[in-house]
Design a protein around this ligand. Structure first.
Ligand SMILES: [Zn+2]
Length: 124
């Protein structure tokens, strides 16, 4: 799902994306010269692999998202929550997928292994 950068003005433009069991609802609004503000919520179930036992498990993702979108190369990367779309399209699907990939790259334990941790702490 793509939204034309130039179509977004100072009036809030809502978007709703459903993809692979995930939903991404949010708003785009012009926030400056070549800048848009994106706010939204990502919700859905993601299949993850436990970092301890390797079992696949379902993680319910529910996270708010706040990003600045630019259609120009951003020289100063002080603001890390900035994303560049140089071809003039804001690619909502890409943002959703990169959030899911970030989640997958983090260390996660399944419910069983989380419980092991709790028992461990209680015994010692
Ligand atoms: Zn596990």
């Amino acid at each position: 799902m793509k939204i034309l950068f130039d179509k977004v003005g100072h009036t809030i433009k809502p978007f709703h994306l459903k993809e692979d069991g995930m939903s991404f609802n949010g708003e785009l609004q012009k926030s400056g010269y070549h800048r848009l503000q994106l706010t939204g919520d990502i919700k859905g179930d993601v299949e993850l692999l436990c970092n301890r036992c390797g079992e696949a498990f379902t993680y319910t993702l529910e996270t708010p998202l706040k990003l600045t979108v630019s259609d120009q190369i951003v020289e100063d990367k002080v603001d890390l929550d900035i994303i560049e779309f140089l071809d003039g399209d804001v690619d909502i699907s890409f943002i959703l997928n990169s959030e899911i990939n970030t989640l997958k790259s983090e260390y996660r334990y399944c419910k069983n292994c989380d419980n092991i941790d709790e028992t461990f702490e209680m015994e010692f």
